[in-house]
Design a protein around this ligand. Structure first.
Ligand SMILES: C[S@@+](CC[C@H](N)C(=O)[O-])C[C@H]1O[C@@H](n2cnc3c(N)ncnc32)[C@H](O)[C@@H]1O
Length: 302
């Protein structure tokens, strides 16, 4: 049976092309599974145009058409080399040890914080990019991903997107009235600071209980903001903390959350989802088990 895509690519005023859902899409659905047209190393010495030309040379005619039909910014760039470079900069995605071009995923426009509803992830073992619906998406809605860490204030997000992608972001979060925008900025800045503090468990600057309290705080801020990305990793981090402090109940509780949110963001068949499911079934098999003093780690649902 032929599988038809749940979206189509259309022209969108002020955005070039974009991707619109053709039917209601469920949270966690696989939207795109795509091989790279090519992958380039991130750090290169010498002239980038030489490297791009060397990369494009072995591509078939159809593959080259696919690359050069992608959009590029700024629009007034002229000349083959400059257009190739701008096309790469506008569309490349981190993949493997470098950056890759994925022609279907490249049509996804950007949204900040609560505005993006799809997440892409590179699978090293399969050498493939997958895109999943982070949220349920209604028919007719635009499918948006995020180009950057948007846990920062609107002014910073906008200036990054302007300088790197040459557009002024007017997503639903950037378009909030000032008072609401300030509240959103406060939440996002706090989430970011809390993630940093959480990382200090690694150097024993905070204990496991404090780490779990911070994670619960981040979760609630994310709920208020509508920022659901990174929940799988957040929960998996507390699985690690709980295992280190030998708290099996907490490993299971956070592990079930991690499996659920990894499934939405990365797919039920991703390595991280499979690994955390294994930990839920065998808490003391976690490599960090018992490496810190015993503690009762807090859970999201008591
Ligand atoms: C990876 S491409 C996305 C697809 C592109 N719109 C197209 O026509 O192929 C990135 C470029 O799309 C445009 N873009 C992405 N998100 C946007 C947004 N939220 N608002 C306006 N333009 C956006 C910018 O020009 C950006 O440099």
């Amino acid at each position: 049976m032929k599988h038809s895509l749940p979206f189509h690519v259309v022209d969108l005023p002020g955005k070039g092309k974009g991707v619109i859902a053709l039917r209601d899409i469920q949270q966690g659905e696989l939207l795109i599974r795509e091989e790279p047209l090519f992958i380039l190393p991130t750090s290169t010495q010498g002239n980038p145009s030489v490297l791009i030309n060397r990369t494009l040379a072995p591509l078939s005619y159809a593959q080259r058409i696919s690359f050069f039909s992608l959009s590029f910014m700024p629009e007034d760039v002229e000349g083959y080399d400059a257009i190739a470079l701008a096309t790469l900069q506008t569309n490349a995605i981190s993949a493997a040890d470098g950056i890759g071009i994925f022609p279907t995923t490249a049509r996804l426009n950007h949204g900040c914080s609560s505005a993006f509803n799809a997440v892409y992830s590179w699978r090293d073992r399969e050498q493939i990019l997958v895109v999943h619906a982070l949220k349920a998406i209604r028919r007719g809605e635009e499918i948006l991903t995020t180009y950057t860490d948007t846990k920062r204030p609107r002014s910073e997000r906008r200036s990054f997107l302007q300088s790197h992608y040459h557009f002024h972001c007017s997503c639903s979060v950037c378009s909030l009235p000032d008072a609401l925008s300030r509240k959103s900025d406060d939440r996002l800045t706090k989430m970011s600071a809390n993630f940093q503090e959480l990382a200090s468990w690694g150097t024993e600057a905070i204990d496991g209980v404090k780490a779990s309290e911070i994670a619960i705080g981040i979760w609630h801020l994310g709920e208020e903001e509508g920022y659901w990305s990174e929940r799988g990793r957040l929960a998996a981090d507390i699985v690690h903390v709980a295992a280190a402090h030998s708290d099996a109940d907490s490993v299971i509780s956070w592990g079930e959350l991690a499996a659920e949110w990894y499934t939405y963001e990365l797919g039920s068949d991703s390595d991280l989802t499979i690994s955390v499911r294994h930990t839920v079934a065998n808490p003391d098999s976690h490599p960090a088990w018992g490496t810190r003093s015993r503690q009762r780690i807090k859970t999201l649902t008591p």
